[in-house]
Write a protein that binds this ligand. Structure first.
Ligand code: 13P
Length: 252
């Protein structure tokens, strides 16, 4: 945790579920909110499920986010969704630069930065993902890789827009493996230092999330670590009870 920073627990639903299942999951999260006091909640359904999730939340109890947006504001970009469209559909946030998009869709730091700029322009809060591969960690490059991603992917105005950075080691996503607590603390300290150096005003209170195999059984210990201001949760966010248990694990 970072003193004075309210943690954020974000669920990345990825490409899962039917419309009916999305509505039920959103409703399950909403129904269990009384047990969550110490954190803000965010759910990020697939584009076509955003509206039903936002409606289920009464458009406010839990924030809604997209999982990507276009860098362009509008126009002839078949298959893309603009940041303004996400805002119009009830989103306050958008995940950008997830490793699955960097690896599977060839997204570069330059593109992620342009998308984050477009998100800010549309009034959305970007959640920019960074993280090293297993080979990069094994060769001792993890911190340098993440520092370069932060330098390359965050646009000017990122901290004023309350932008969020999520550290997700690629090898920890969906694998059940997590870094040691010492490795998470070291990486988040490095991320904090990079943010403070670049954004002296607000880099000290920018939310830094950890993501990668977060579940109810490890949430309390991870969320108590220095400079860990919440979690970006994949698989465990598809079960309302697990997502709520992670959120309830935020230290009071
Ligand atoms: P898992 O929680 O399934 O490891 O996924 C993490 C993630 O990629 C969230 O964006």
């Amino acid at each position: 945790m970072t003193p004075g920073v309210r943690p954020l627990i974000a669920g990345n639903w990825k490409m899962n579920g039917t419309l009916r299942e999305a509505a039920a999951l959103a409703e399950g999260v909403r129904a269990g909110l009384e047990g969550v006091r110490g954190a803000d909640l965010l759910i990020c359904p697939p584009f076509v499920h955003l509206h039903v999730a936002a409606a289920s939340m009464g458009w406010k109890a839990v924030a809604i986010g997209g999982q990507d947006c276009a860098a362009e504001p509008n126009g002839a970009h078949t298959g893309d969704v603009s940041a303004a469209m996400l805002s119009d559909a009830g989103c306050a946030f958008v995940i950008l630069g997830h490793s699955e998009r960097r690896a599977d869709r060839g997204e570069t730091d330059v593109l992620v930065k342009a998308k984050a700029g477009a998100a800010i322009e549309a009034g959305l809060i970007p959640v920019v993902c960074v993280g090293e591969t297993e080979a990069q960690r094994d060769s001792g490059e993890a911190e340098a890789v993440v520092a370069a991603q932060i330098a390359g992917s965050l646009p000017e105005g990122f901290t004023e827009a309350k932008g969020v950075v999520a550290y997700e080691p690629v090898w920890a996503i969906g694998t059940g493996r997590t870094p040691t607590e010492g490795d998470i603390v070291a990486m988040h300290a490095r991320m904090r230092a990079e943010l403070v150096a670049r954004f002296p005003g607000q880099g000290g209170t920018t939310r830094l999330l950890y993501g990668g195999s977060v579940k109810p059984s490890n949430a309390a210990s991870i969320l108590a670590l220095a400079n860990v201001d919440g979690a970006l949760v994949g698989g465990a966010s598809l079960k309302a009870a697990d997502f709520l248990a992670i959120a309830a694990a935020v230290p009071a």
